[in-house]
Write a protein that binds this ligand. Structure first.
Ligand code: SF4
Ligand code: SF4
Length: 418
């Protein structure tokens, strides 16, 4: 039954685009070396192309002569429940859906979105790692993957307002912009949330947060459950429509930006006339238009580098904006890691991996390579624009007893405000 649900999902998805992608693969194996999990752990099952195996088998066995022959001759078996359990561990615990592998594929195969389809089959079959499923369920029932209820959210916002002495408007009628934060910021990095509020107020933005549209993280998207993905975005869109805002500003979260900025338009109705931007684009715009002024060289005392987030920089293309801001904040001490920009290596905690306890060893192994990249340039601090990456950096740097400091870009901008 479980297996059939997964196969049905795969067959439904292999109508056009997916089929053409699977057919184009020459099995050259070049994508393997691009994957940080494969590089760090050397497990051949972590090669990107192998992660597509359940999708490929379902497609070939149903639609191609070669697949049918392999099945008839016993060279290949039908997918079983044990296979699903096996690949579930591979695609959720050893893939951050960072899509770096697609950048090296000579056939232009979009491996990340295809692995998302493999996850979709797992989600349909209910074969999702327990921790991830639990967080998704919390988001469905109480509105936050960290279990933050409406009441807790209000209390926490009140506490941040008092602690940082910053005004955070909630459900303000007539606001121009809806600022949607992450539970991670709310609970783990309240300084970042306060920083964003401080900047918006300083810029004179007519903005609001919203109780109904309070969560930007999307665990349905991590799982690849389309209905839940839509439900979690719908809550935000509904809040935007009720408040009549013209703009939704996505806080420091990569997967959320990917879901809202690109995926939403393909799977659901997005409120007409509402612009969706990432906070990094917005900060850049504020600096360029002179709505905020920054103290030049405010962070020049320490060697600082920038970590490119897969969904914001590689996929979203927001590459020059954070660098232009960092050029003001740290004009002489900023240094690039290698690789960087579109070619940057994932931190290892994205795509829901950090929420799965059993994946800890995998993500630490990947992070060790990131740490080496930072040590190579003697970085004393690292800046990023995704709270999920920040969580992975803070946790992993502590794991490796490193003293490198971690900053959110908004937090740096707020500290440098003139
Ligand atoms: S999407 Fe990223 S993590 Fe997943 S297989 Fe490709 S390179 Fe590896
Ligand atoms: S690099 Fe592209 S063509 Fe080569 S194995 Fe990977 S997906 Fe297939």
């Amino acid at each position: 039954m479980k297996t059939q649900s997964a196969i049905n999902t795969y067959l439904k998805e292999t109508g056009g685009w997916v089929a053409s992608q699977l057919e184009a693969c020459t099995r050259c194996g070049i994508c393997a070396e691009a994957c940080h999990f494969y590089q760090a752990l050397g497990n051949p099952e972590y090669a990107p192309i192998w992660k597509l195996e359940p999708l490929r088998r379902a497609y070939e066995q149903r639609f191609t002569i070669a697949g049918k022959l392999k099945l008839a001759l016993g060279l290949e078996k039908k997918l079983t429940e044990a296979d699903l359990e096996h690949w579930s561990k591979i695609v959720y615990e050893a893939c951050t859906v960072c899509n770096k592998c697609a950048h090296v594929c000579p056939m232009g195969i979009e491996l990340g979105p295809l692995i998302h389809e493999v996850r979709a089959g797992m989600a349909a079959a209910g074969v999702v790692p327990g921790d991830l499923a639990e967080a998704t369920e919390k988001q469905r029932t109480v509105g936050s993957p960290l279990g933050v209820t409406d009441e807790m959210w209000r209390e926490r916002i009140d506490w941040i307002t008092d602690e940082w002495e910053v005004d955070i408007p909630v459900d303000k009628a007539g606001a121009e912009s809806l600022m949607v934060f992450t539970s991670i910021e709310l609970m783990k990095f309240p300084d970042n949330l306060a920083a964003i509020a401080k900047i918006l107020n300083k810029a004179g933005e007519n903005w609001t947060a919203s109780l109904k549209g309070r969560e930007v993280v999307n665990f349905g998207y991590f799982e690849a459950d389309e209905e839940l993905t839509k439900l979690f975005m719908y809550r935000v869109f509904q809040a935007a429509e009720e408040l009549g805002v013209k703009k939704i500003i996505i806080s420091e979260c990569g997967h959320a930006y990917d879901a809202f900025r690109w995926t939403a338009h393909n799977i659901m109705k997005v409120p007409a006339g509402v612009k969706i931007i990432h906070i990094t684009e917005y900060l850049h715009e504020l600096c360029k238009t002179g709505r905020i002024k920054l103290k030049e060289g405010a962070f020049d005392a320490e060697t600082i580098t920038f970590h490119d987030s897969c969904k914001i920089q590689r996929r979203g293309g927001i590459i020059k904006q954070p660098r232009e801001i960092l050029k003001v904040l740290a004009p002489t001490s900023f240094r690039e890691m290698t690789p960087n920009k579109e070619q940057s290596m994932c931190c290892g905690g994205g795509g829901g991996v950090i929420s799965i306890k059993e994946a800890d060893a995998n993500r630490y192994a990947v992070f060790e390579m990131k740490l080496e990249q930072m040590l190579d340039i003697q970085a004393q601090a690292v800046c990023m624009v995704c709270s999920n990456c920040r969580l992975q950096f803070v946790d992993s740097l502590a794991h490796f007893n490193s003293t490198i400091k971690v900053h959110g870009l908004a937090e740096m901008v707020a500290r440098a405000l003139v």
